[in-house]
Design a protein around this ligand. Structure first.
Ligand code: F6P
Length: 513
């Protein structure tokens, strides 16, 4: 890979981007477009035909991917190389879901025996809890220590037959107050999930939950679990070693649902369904590792993303699951994509000469249709849409609902693309608004694993082509530092503040008793 070659490939892609035609015309010119611009793998159909990509621009993007070294970066990821260069760490979340015979070496040692041992401990613990008197599990964590299990447990609610799951993340006392309010301390298990075990939100909520439990005569030593990479810090919190589930620093927070951070999910759906979730992700790992770039779903999804944001200049992307149980997927993907690829410098620290990651947002359909779809259809910004739709639901008795759901999903991608002419200006739909559709059989644990791993690898490929490190997140530090510095100021300490912050501090102080 040379920088000059990559720049030349980018230039070619940009030229093709400027000459792009209307999507509708591409369909009119090629009766086989849908088949040509779709791929099937891992039980999914990925249809990217309703975009302005042509075979020529797709070929150019694939050449860009090759020039940028996607194949060798992919090999380095799975080989445990320290590709998180700014932090000197490997990126081995695929090890958490690797098969029983996998050997994955890091610094000359196989990491898998420890991964398997932790998974077995989690399964044994989950079986014990699911068979016991615990009625409610409260996962206290934030960001990657919250969004994954929260999103997945809602997605897999038809499989949740264990204790009720609750998630507390926000430092706002309203969150923990409202969750604990209905629970019995005697039958509640609290999981404190934090990779670092220093995150202020999580540690504050954990201390509040402990006080709540003690005040009601229950024993936190018996009903608290710690999930962390910082084993000593977790032990210092007073949780016995047999209730501490550790993971290594080569698992990024936003990639951690596959290991101990997924314990709440395992408690809800059981170890077998959790294993199926891992198996689905493993299938996607194998596909990503082995399929040719032109047939590789994560690679194609990444290229579509780059085409829309960097080349066409569309500022955001909408995640639109026509699958109510994926309601939290947009929030999960916001962290995955924006914390990974929301960067302003390259791996080497040089300022990027083009945009990095787009704003990611979304909500389930059909609800979004009655809220923000007006802008998608007739607004002045073009927002590429990513539809997710299951061919079957989990409620056969409500199949007529599902048929309506599918009809709406397909209709929206059609309407976005086709638009409508009308004599009256307010009723004109310009059309030519791109979308991709990810269609799958049913949202089973295995399918959810495949979908999440697809997005993880998409983010990775985009990062490689953009030349950025997708695995650090220094951009979250400044706000944390300033919040720490403001605590004594709210309590009355003097500080040299800008006039806006000073005004807000004064208002806060004036409202205290
Ligand atoms: O503030 C960002 C972040 O570091 C995320 O990357 C992470 O998922 C989250 O905070 C929670 O961190 P921890 O698991 O260490 O509590």
């Amino acid at each position: 890979m040379t920088a000059a070659l990559v720049a030349a490939e980018w230039a070619r892609v940009f030229t093709l981007g400027k000459a792009r035609g209307r999507i509708k015309a591409l369909f009119e010119a090629d009766g086989a477009r849908a088949a040509r611009m779709s791929r099937q793998a891992c039980g999914m159909l990925y249809d990217f035909s309703k975009t302005s990509l042509t075979e020529q621009s797709l070929a150019a993007l694939l050449e860009l991917a090759e020039a940028a070294g996607v194949a060798s970066a992919r090999a380095a990821l799975f080989a445990g190389e320290k590709i998180n260069t700014s932090e000197g760490r490997a990126v081995l979340h695929p090890a958490l879901r690797a098969g029983p015979r996998a050997v994955i070496e890091l610094d000359g040692a196989d990491v898998m025996p420890k991964v398997r041992a932790t998974l077995s401990r989690m399964a044994a613990f989950a079986r014990e809890v699911r068979a016991g008197a615990i009625t409610d599990v409260v996962n206290i964590g934030i960001g990657g220590s919250d969004l994954g299990p929260m999103m997945a447990s809602e997605a897999l609610s038809p499989y949740c037959d264990g204790p009720r799951l609750h998630f507390v993340s926000n430092i706002d006392g309203a969150h923990i107050h409202d969750v604990l309010k209905g629970l019995s301390a005697a039958t509640t298990l609290v999981l404190v999930a934090s990779k670092t075990f220093t995150t202020i939100e999580t540690m504050t909520n954990a201390a509040t939950a402990r006080r709540w439990m003690v005040a009601r005569g229950a024993d936190p030593a018996a009903q608290f679990v710690a999930i962390s990479s910082a084993l000593e810090t977790a032990a210092a919190f007073g949780i016995p070693a047999e209730r501490v589930f550790g993971f290594e620093d080569w698992v990024g927070g936003r990639y951690s649902v596959w290991g101990p951070v997924g314990l709440s999910l395992m408690l809800g759906v059981g170890p077998e369904n959790f294993a199926a979730f891992l198996e689905g992700a493993r299938e996607m790992d194998t596909h990503f590792a082995q399929a040719a770039l032109a047939d590789n779903l994560p690679v194609l999804h990444a290229l579509v993303g780059l085409w829309h944001h960097q080349v066409c200049g569309y500022k955001t992307r909408a995640i639109l699951p026509y699958d109510q149980r994926l309601a939290r997927l947009p929030a999960y993907l916001q962290q995955l994509e924006m914390e990974s690829n929301g960067k302003r410098v390259s791996r080497t620290g040089a300022a990027l000469s083009f945009g990095s990651g787009p704003v990611v947002w979304g909500a389930p359909g059909t609800n979004g249709q009655h809220a923000f779809f007006q802008l998608l259809h007739q607004g002045t910004q073009i927002v590429p849409a990513e539809f997710l739709i299951a061919m079957r639901g989990h409620e056969p008795e409500l199949a007529h609902h599902h048929a309506l759901l599918v009809a709406n999903c397909l209709a929206q991608s059609q309407a976005l693309m086709l638009g409508r002419d009308h004599a009256e200006a307010h009723r004109v739909f310009e059309g030519d608004r791109p979308s991709v559709t990810l269609a799958y059989d049913r949202l089973t644990p295995k399918m959810l694993g495949r979908i999440v791993a697809l997005y993880e690898h998409r983010v990775f490929v985009e990062g490689v082509i953009l030349g950025i490190n997708s695995f650090d997140q220094f951009g979250v530090e400044l706000g944390k530092e300033l919040a720490t510095a403001l605590q004594p100021v709210l309590a009355g300490a003097e500080a040299d503040l800008d006039s806006s912050t000073a005004q807000l501090v004064a208002l806060y102080r004036a409202h205290q008793p």
